[in-house]
Design a protein around this ligand. Structure first.
Ligand code: T3D
Length: 262
């Protein structure tokens, strides 16, 4: 499909499956990985045939965060800030900005910036073999890649503090219990479950999904009254789509709607 070095990308029907593909390093992040995920998001935004994205990892890890083997070759003037702003921040912003559903199929360890990557997906299905750990404090760092944003919102301040301070490992099962992931499945079936969900969403109304993602993104930083106003604005966009008319027609004709993205 494209010249990717660190990820595998395959489209089946309306589902674009993206696999982080550096298994010997637990799919650790580099600027190249971030660049390729950003490219995928840009392509998916332009291509109407791509209706849902599924992100997973090859091998035993999902993503172990920053590739630590790169760290010692950095010069004294290395700017962590610039590195983050130009790579991992852009990557997660591209994912949240892509107005199509992104499902994370979390196969193994999601650590550090890899946890941030997992949390930037819209819906997460985890394998029982998945584990979630901040990792930052383990090497004397503070959270980045959105981890300090998502953790308190998903699991609450107290659990977020505990997880970050103690570098606590959360299993796939516990992650589902505390709301870090949506569901957990046996390792043998979790990917099939995620694919089934992706296929289902790929048949859904693209405009409806786009406006839903816009609404949920916006809701994280506004008042209730502002959100009500924004919902009404977005409904004006979704409500004028052909898919809305098709949805209503299908309801009265008692059939499954055929959404086209128009
Ligand atoms: O510096 C900056 O740019 C700032 C930005 C920071 C953002 C961050 O992400 S900071 C956090 C960085 N990540 C970590 O500190 C996690 C380090 N890894 C681990 O703690 C463990 O590997 C895991 C908990 C993820 C998995 O544990 P386990 O026991 O299942 O596997 P393992 O044996 O430790 O690792 C398997 C292989 O993956 C191993 O390679 P080997 O020995 O088989 O050749 C290991 O070295 C490699 N690996 C794991 N994590 C990384 C990695 N290689 C490079 N970078 C990694 N982050």
């Amino acid at each position: 499909m494209s010249n990717y070095q660190t990820i595998l990308v395959e489209q089946t029907g309306g589902v674009l499956e993206v696999t982080l593909n550096r298994p010997s390093k637990y799919n650790a992040l580099t600027t190249q990985v971030a660049k390729e995920i950003i490219t995928v998001c840009k392509k998916a935004a332009r291509d109407n045939s791509m209706r849902c994205i599924l992100l997973t990892g090859a091998g035993r890890g999902f993503c172990a965060g920053q590739d630590l083997s790169e760290v010692n070759s950095r010069g004294d003037d290395f700017s962590f800030r610039t590195h983050l702003i130009t790579s991992y921040n852009k990557m997660t912003l591209a994912m949240r900005g892509l107005e199509k559903p992104i499902i994370g199929a979390i196969n193994g360890a999601a650590a550090g910036a890899g946890l941030g990557l997992a949390l930037a997906t819209d819906i997460r299905y985890a394998s029982e073999k998945a584990k979630f750990l901040p990792a930052f404090i383990g090497i004397g760092l503070a959270p980045d890649t959105g981890v300090s944003y998502w953790l308190p919102r998903l699991i609450g301040q107290a659990r977020a503090f505990e997880m970050l301070y103690t570098n606590g490992r959360v299993s796939g099962t516990e992650a589902a219990d505390i709301g870090l992931v949506n569901k957990v499945f046996p390792h043998e079936t979790f990917l099939d479950e995620a694919r089934a969900l992706a296929n289902k969403l790929a048949d859904g109304p693209p405009m409806g999904f786009a406006m839903t993602k816009r609404a949920l993104n916006k809701s994280l930083g506004v008042t209730f009254a502002e959100q009500l106003d924004y919902e009404a604005y977005l409904q004006d966009i979704a409500g004028h789509s052909a898919d809305y008319q098709e949805g209503v027609n299908a309801f009265y004709e008692k059939r499954k709607p055929q959404f086209t993205g128009q």
